[in-house]
Design a protein around this ligand. Sequence first.
Ligand SMILES: [Fe+2]
Length: 270
Amino acid sequence: MKLAVVPGKAEIDQIEAALERYGVLIFPNQNIQPQQQIAFSAALGPLEETELEKARLEGHEEIFVVGNVGKGLVSFSPEDNEQELEWHTDHIHHKVAARASLLYAKEVPAQGGDTLFSCMYHAYDSLTAEQRQSYCEIQTINSASGLEHFLSKQNLSGTTGSQVGRKHDEVIRPLVRAHPLSGRKALYFGNQITIGIVGWEVDRSRCFISDLTRHACQPAFQYRHRWRVGDAVLWDNRRVLHAGTAYDVKNARRLMHRTTLRETEPINLI
Ligand SMILES: [Fe+2]
């Protein structure tokens, strides 16, 4: 499928069904301009505009620029492979979450800079019956402060957070959500951006999130995408978590354009 062409109703239905079924869709060998990426994405639903100034593409507010080429470093990857990843689902900490994201690779490093995806249907289904029951009652606290804390531990020059020190909103989400298309339940959290569990002590919350990440993002549930220039990857934030891997930020070049589809359905189970 060529993303340069705006999809019709039949193609949109096909994309949406495949997206729910597989969680991640790869469109290789694309050659698209920002306006074409925006038009393709907008055919699937309403788009988010880029809040972070240095990630905003001039004249195209719907494009979020990721990488180390452009106005500054925008990266959510650890500085090396020894460190923790930042597993997340886009915009869980925003008032309006992101239901899907489309990332288009313009420049990629020869090594590293992969994106890992983990299936949250499998993560939920493989819990014990007891866990499934109790997790459905857990509410998480999500905030950009968790991401800032993660980035502040990296020794990269010019970290992504341009709003360090700012008081961030906390957004409460259910730990388990049902996919509106399938009704299947999926875990919904991030290992850095989820900063606590409602009603729990900080230490207990941290241990829980750390153990849950080990379970939910185990290699058996993962797909690793090794980027090639021209790849466009569409993922379903309702049912996968993703994480960027390290690359040589100082010497290699990485430039990706993301469009972000706004959540349009309720997230709470009840
Ligand atoms: Fe992301």
